[in-house]
Design a protein around this ligand. Structure first.
Ligand SMILES: [Zn+2]
Ligand SMILES: [Zn+2]
Length: 436
């Protein structure tokens, strides 16, 4: 459907190739997997494909929100059981997390699955494709892991959309000892690494004033709704003076009950996003100032909670692994190695994983350019032929990247070197001021 932003989106997409770093042979000199094993991964994925597509459709038809993915995680465990793999449902202290393993000892590589849906629009983020491709990659790798040596783990992570399941799994030690973690997310481009996945912190603010008869004694009241309105407007004014890549969005979930009582309590809930950790800290502090100013101006008390759910760190993609991903798909898709859009596109809790272990979060094209994520259109798109092709290609590519990692000691060294140069292992609590 044509819309007023078509021309804008077209220009933006036309600019992208100039901001894309192409991969050269020198970028990934590693041998990786033996050709015969790589070919075996491909044919295993092809053999599994009907089951993966069925799984994707079953997850899609029965969408469950974050931390409530009970039937979804059972479906995944059932498919693994059909292939003789016992899966631990309820791993890491989270009822809808999942863990399965194949092989033994070092090195260890993790394939990460997401499977939560969005309220009202179901799988408008296409996590059914993520789940199916991750399980496909894991099952294919299981067939060759005795030849490569090492361990492959499937880590099923709940609540990417709203709860930071990966951060909770990190805290429970779920990624300790893992040498690399891989997943792929459907979108409308083939890109191994975007520069635009921001860090995000949530906030919950409650203003408490004094109730009074709104007509008989308004002078005795202190209006908590006024405080939220002022804060909302203050944040709107702040937007003019933020980085163009910063994002703040707030809602007012609670603003009084009846019009003839001065609202005693009102609240505001929001998200603050920025591409870098230090700018995220600055933006958080500026938003906090606006909230405190609103309380002062209205004579109300502010109670402010940062990070009621875990913050998401910006994505720190391991470009050495991204290069292997591009290589793995070379004969099927033209995938850009790294794209710097100068833009902000959203956030993922895979960011937190990427600060702890080398990780990748490529976008696999499953939709036409311009189709927005988190939309009803994208939900429908994720069970089309293009969605199924994304499952196959992402499963093959993730299996090959993980296989390369297990098989090639020099590659592992290069991956670890890059990770150390970019700051080494860090936790959200190490790098975000005020977060514990
Ligand atoms: Zn999403
Ligand atoms: Zn998503």
């Amino acid at each position: 459907m044509p819309g007023p932003y078509d021309a804008f989106l077209r220009r933006k997409n036309e600019r992208l190739p100039h901001r894309a770093r192409p991969l050269t042979a020198a970028d990934t000199p590693h041998a990786g997997l033996e050709q015969v094993l790589a070919a075996q991964l491909d044919s295993s994925v092809d053999r599994l494909l009907p089951e993966l597509q069925d799984l994707s459709r079953a997850i899609h038809a029965d969408p469950e929100l974050g931390f409530e993915e009970v039937r979804t995680v059972d479906r995944i465990a059932d498919l693994l059981a059909v292939h003789g793999v016992p899966a631990q449902v309820g791993a890491f202290g989270l009822p809808t997390a999942l863990r399965a393993r194949a092989g033994s000892g070092e090195p260890r590589v993790a394939v990460v699955a997401e499977y939560d849906a969005l309220p009202d629009i179901g799988h408008g983020c296409g996590h059914n494709i993520i789940a199916a491709s991750a399980i496909g990659a894991f099952l294919a790798l299981r067939e060759i892991v005795a030849r490569t040596g090492g361990t492959v783990e499937l880590i099923g992570t709940p609540a990417e959309e709203n709860g930071g399941g990966k951060e909770l799994i990190l805290r429970a030690g779920g990624f300790d000892g893992i040498g690399a973690a891989v997943m792929a997310h459907p979108g409308n481009r083939d890109v191994a690494s975007w520069s635009s996945l921001a860090g995000v912190r949530r906030l919950e603010a409650t203003f408490t004033g004094a109730a009074a008869h709104a007509a008989a004694a308004p002078f005795l009241g202190r209006n908590a709704l006024d405080a939220t309105v002022l804060a909302y407007q203050g944040i709107a004014m702040l937007r003019q003076h933020m980085l163009p890549t910063d994002r703040v969005h707030v809602i007012v979930p609670e603003g009084g009950d009846v019009a003839n009582v001065v609202p005693e309590r009102a609240s505001l809930r929001g998200s603050v996003r920025s591409l870098d950790l230090d700018t995220l800290a600055v933006l958080s502090a500026r938003v906090e100032d606006v909230l405190r100013g609103a309380a002062l101006a209205t004579g109300t008390e502010l109670s402010l909670t940062w990070d009621p759910t875990p913050p998401y760190l910006p994505m720190r993609p391991n470009l050495t692994l991204c290069a292997r991903y591009v290589r793995a798909l070379e004969d099927r898709r033209e995938t850009w190695w790294h794209v710097d859009t100068g833009d902000s596109s959203g956030s993922t809790d895979m960011g937190n994983v990427s600060y702890w272990v080398p990780a990748i979060h490529p976008t696999i094209a499953a939709a036409p350019i311009g189709m927005p994520s988190h939309s009803g259109q994208m939900a429908e798109q994720s069970i089309t032929e293009a969605g199924d092709a994304a499952i196959r290609d992402a499963a093959r590519a993730l299996a090959r990247v993980a296989g390369d990692f297990l098989a090639d000691a020099q590659l592992r060294e290069a991956v670890a070197d890059e990770f150390d140069r970019s700051g080494g292992p860090q936790r959200a609590s190490d790098v975000l001021p005020g977060y514990h």
